[in-house]
Design a protein around this ligand. Sequence first.
Ligand SMILES: *[C@@H]1O[C@H](CO)[C@@H](O)[C@H](O)[C@H]1NC(C)=O
Ligand SMILES: *[C@@H]1O[C@H](CO)[C@@H](O)[C@H](O)[C@H]1NC(C)=O
Ligand SMILES: *[C@@H]1O[C@H](CO)[C@@H](O)[C@H](O)[C@H]1NC(C)=O
Ligand SMILES: *[C@@H]1O[C@H](CO)[C@@H](O)[C@H](O)[C@H]1NC(C)=O
Ligand SMILES: *[C@@H]1O[C@H](CO)[C@@H](O)[C@H](O)[C@H]1NC(C)=O
Length: 438
Amino acid sequence: MKSRWCFSMISVFLFTIFSFTDCYDPLDPNGNVTVTFDIIQWTPDGYMARVTIQNYYQYRHVDDPGWKLGFTWVNNEIIWSISGAIATHRGNCSQFKDEVPHCCMPTAEIVDLMAGAQPPNSPENCCRGGVIAAWAINPQQSSSSFDMVVGNLQVNSMLQMPVNLTLQAPGPGYTCSPTEEFPPTVALVVGGRRQEEVFKTWKSRCTYSSYLANKTPVCCVSLSTFYSPQITTCPQCSCGCRPADKTTSSCISGFSNSLETDFVESSNTLRCTDHMCPLRVHWHIKTNYMDHWRVKLTVTNLNYNKNYTNWNLLVHHPGFSTSATTYSFNSTLLHTSGIPDDVALFWGLDYYNTNLLNADKDQVGSVSTEILLAKDHKTFTLHNGWALPRTVYFAGENCVMPSPDTFPMLPSGISTHRPFGGLIIILMIYLNFKLLEL
Ligand SMILES: *[C@@H]1O[C@H](CO)[C@@H](O)[C@H](O)[C@H]1NC(C)=O
Ligand SMILES: *[C@@H]1O[C@H](CO)[C@@H](O)[C@H](O)[C@H]1NC(C)=O
Ligand SMILES: *[C@@H]1O[C@H](CO)[C@@H](O)[C@H](O)[C@H]1NC(C)=O
Ligand SMILES: *[C@@H]1O[C@H](CO)[C@@H](O)[C@H](O)[C@H]1NC(C)=O
Ligand SMILES: *[C@@H]1O[C@H](CO)[C@@H](O)[C@H](O)[C@H]1NC(C)=O
């Protein structure tokens, strides 16, 4: 029994480490951002193309300040006009006498228009300030398009696709494949009774790697249970180490009176903690009923300088394969082949908690929910950390898990399949007090 415990715990731990160092994400193996150029019309000196950025990542969105797409022309092409986006630089257009092109850069860089700035005749899914939703959360808003009129193609030169795509979404981390020709995109028109295909289609696929993004972890996980007074905090130095020298303020202590003044001058905007993560996810096993068990899940924002809009949280845990009720978050299950357990994705409820607000001087920002999970009596146990999550991601970034040997321990000699008696209630009250201090 004991050795099996160790083995299962070690495999959980190894899984966490591997998924963190490897840029391939086993929980979203087909995730990518596909950039498509559809030529929809020829013009006297070139063509008109609809460019679509489709986010196929299940839980990675493109946050404010939005995407920036770059590509390089092969034949001195220029962009006469763009509808639904803009190029960031015009470049040297001095050779054009009659009409000034929108962009003459050999490498064009395009950004989205702001919401509400949508010009007439622009594609429907343009103009959201470059923000793109994750595929599993909001497929209707998981793409962004613009139209561009490309010109200056010399009479006898071959039509060539733009090359060397770059995507910032919004920061670095994406690598795009070479552009390739694909079968032309087909659109259904007249209520689906007629198919229209475009003239030509080119595509490039961009994939994300947190290694390339050079990101230190931004998130860590802490754990507690009703059956143990022990609270497992985030591992020390998960995202950075607290400065040993208290006089150098590279973080803000929550109770300092001089906060207001520090605040403005300091470029460091985190609440001081031993883990120094801007985000902490806390999983508390709250109650064990006859046929159900209850978890409280809390995400805390310890950053004074950032609101996380449209946040999402992914939890890999075997318990989700039975029915679960989430009270204060929106949720869905992801079924990933090759991963034995179900993976649950959570995000905020509209008009309620889609924003995870920044910490201020009185309190941290947080969102939380209770989750009621049905028991599968064949698998459910409180032993060996089974009821604790395997992997947690915040907005696609891996959260640092505590090591299994620090997990809260089940007191020996207690049946784990039956609800507990009075001792547990006392423990729960104690824990709820402790949690308030966390
Ligand atoms: C990109 O994502 C789509 C949708 O999941 C998938 O069909 C396609 O195979 C992916 N492409 C690559 C190269 O992974
Ligand atoms: C702009 O382009 C013209 C011709 O295409 C060239 O003669 C001129 O030197 C360029 N100007 C700059 C500042 O590069
Ligand atoms: C595209 O990138 C490759 C590798 O960086 C480079 O060799 C090539 O010249 C680039 N192509 C253009 C048209 O700039
Ligand atoms: C976060 O949102 C709140 C409420 O909308 C606002 O008062 C605050 O200034 C925002 N903080 C930041 C850092 O943008
Ligand atoms: C839950 O998310 C779905 C998909 O984004 C959305 O259509 C629905 O309105 C959301 N429900 C609530 C209560 O926010």
